[in-house]
Every structure is written in structure tokens, then in C-alpha cells.
Design a protein around this ligand. Sequence first.
Ligand code: DI6
Ligand code: FE
Length: 400
Amino acid sequence: MPILLTDLTLATMVEGYGLVPDAALAIDGEIVAWAGPQSALPARYAAWPRRPLQGRLVTPGLIDCHTHVVFAGDRAGEFELRLNGASYEAVARAGGGILSTVRATRAASEDELLALALARADQMIAGGATLIEVKSGYGLTVADELKMLRVARRIAVERPVRIRTTHLAAHAVPPEFGGRADDYIDQVALPSLQQAAAEGVVDAVDAFCEGIAFAPAQVERLFRAARALGLPVKLHAEQLSDLKGAVLAARFDALSADHLEYLGADGVDAMARAGTVAVVLPGAFYTLRETQAPPIDALRAAGVPIALATDCNPGSSPMTSLTLAMNMACTLFRLTPLEALQGVTVNAARALGLAGDCGTIAAGRRADLAVWNARHPAELGYRIGATTLYTRMFGGRIDA
Ligand code: DI6
Ligand code: FE
């Protein structure tokens, strides 16, 4: 059923905000048929059923390009430990941290995991998301990594949202492989990747390159396997220290390098040359009380596209709100409101290899939209944690 959205303020995100005041959008089935000033509406759309939006702001549906929403358990106990003085690394070394979530995730059935993930996805959808990237990485056995990826894909069956899945078996070394990270890569990370690709449940490959996780040489072995399978790579890089992960990622034409608090000038240059997107994750920065921000000025100067995500996970970023992430990125990292909105739309699409597919509003594109109780895009990141979504449109269907 075609529909004409009228009386709206449009932010196409095609060039800057791409603001069009007093705009209309003609939606034909799943697709935007026409977008522009209402005064220029072609006669052929004028008789379509109308939904006036009282001047509200319409943006592309938001894209959360880095999440770990599939997991069981919670880490409120760890939160308390850290508030009593323990560091993130100390908690991880003591068998807490990621590994406590691994225990809970291994013990959960697919259906249990799905129910937990849907509750988080519902919060993201209520906040305007129409596309969510979901990583594995809390299973750490071949079977449990596959279980996580299948659950992630099922979110899109159960809910009106697109899902992209990322294999992140190289997230932590499980206790049964203590001190044998290379064996873990051989016996779990590589075989689970092969199987995920064979089952068709994976869109990209990620790893945690860090002193408490995997060394660059181990990440490189995984990236070679990804390349052989034709899968793009991403990397958790330079979150806690500078292991030159971004340089490695850029060598493999990575879609993105993520976190980047300790990124050096060499990493910035390599990313700029490779067209690798910088995904900044202010929720983790905030939770870990990190004091060194990613080098935003250098990234900006080098022309590296910046995206922004929740990093929704039980340990370092128990957050589902992209508008809160926008607020934090503006306040903590000094992103401009325009950069913050680009970070959850056009540049987030790029970080998922979906440039030209979503993240902007234009004739011919899928009608995935967010309609806000706002008049100007700067309002989205300005309020702290307020939900300002009015409704969403997903594939041409309005939620309510
Ligand atoms: N970096 C992070 O911030 C998360 N994973 C990662 O590689 C933390 C995940 C967790 O603590 O559960
Ligand atoms: Fe992450």
C-alpha cells in the first residue's frame, strides 16, 4: 500500500544533514519512491493516502554497527567489584569479565539466548534502530559460537529489523585453552569460522587485538582465513593499548577498526589510505572511566569516516541507546552533532560494507526511517538519555 508522509523535516544524510524543510516522502511498498520539498511533489503522488507528521524530523533508520546483544547473565557483580577498586584487566585475569559471560552463554539454550537478545533488540528498535550488527564471542567453542550466530540471525525473523552478523570467536581465550591462544585459534576460531561461512550465518570477521586477548600475529591468521572465504574483516583495536591493530586491519582492507582510544598517527594514516571506518564506542570509554579519548581531530583531519555504536555488552557497555551514544560522543569525544548523526547512519552503513544500501534517504532506497519528536537533528544527541522517537518505518511499514 503506497503512502505519502507529509509535513515533515527531512534529514537525508546524503550531503551533511541534507536538510529539507517542509518535505514529503512518497513510499511505494518497501521503497522510497520520491523525497523532496512538499511544494515540488509530482502530481502522480498527490492522491496517495497521507500521513502528516506535524513538522517532525525524519532521518534514516539508525544503524548500530557494533553490538554484542546475544549473551546470557549480567555483570552487575563485576560493576560492583570495579567500584570497589578492581581494574578491568584485573577482573578479567581473575576469571571474571568476559569469561563469566561465556559460562552463562554456554549454559543457555538457543531459545533462552534469543529471548534475552530480543529484549535488548526491542530497546534498540524503540530507540530508532532499523539495522543492528551482532557479534558472537561469548561461546568460544565451535558449537557455542555457531549457536550465537544463529540466534543473532533469528532476531530478524522475530522483529522488524535488519541484522548483520560478525564472527568474533577471537574475543577471549577460554580457560580450557589457558596460555594456548594459538591452539585456540586453530581448534576453535578457524573451524567455527569455516562452519559459520558454510552455514551462511556470518557477514564479517572480527577479533579483539589486545594484551588480554589476541596478539596481532594471531589476528592475522584469522584475517587470512576470512579473506580466503571472501568475508570482510573488522577489529577491536587500540582499546587499552597500541598494538598496531588498526595498521594490521587496514592491511586487510578492514571495513572498520573499533574503539581506538590508543590509536597512533600510523594507524590513522593506514586507515585513511584503506578507507577503513573508525567506529568509536563512548559507552565503553564511559563505563571503564577511560581518560584517553580516540584521536578525533587526527581522524577528522585525515578524512577517516567516523561511525558510532553502543557496543552493547554486559561488561564494558551495558547500553542499548544510540541517542545516548550520540550524546556521549559529543560530550566526551567532541564529535559535532552532525558527525554523531552521520556516525549512526551513513558512516555506520559504511562500517558494515553497506554504503549505498542504507543510512541515507533517497529515491530508490529501502524505506527504513526514524521519525523523531524533534525539529532539528542537533536535538537527538543533545538530551541525555531521553527517548525522542515518535515512530519508525521499516521496509515501508510504520510501526504504529
Ligand atoms: N572490548 C569490549 O569493550 C568488549 N569486548 C571487547 O573486545 C567487552 C566485552 C565484555 O567485557 O564482555
Ligand atoms: Fe565490542
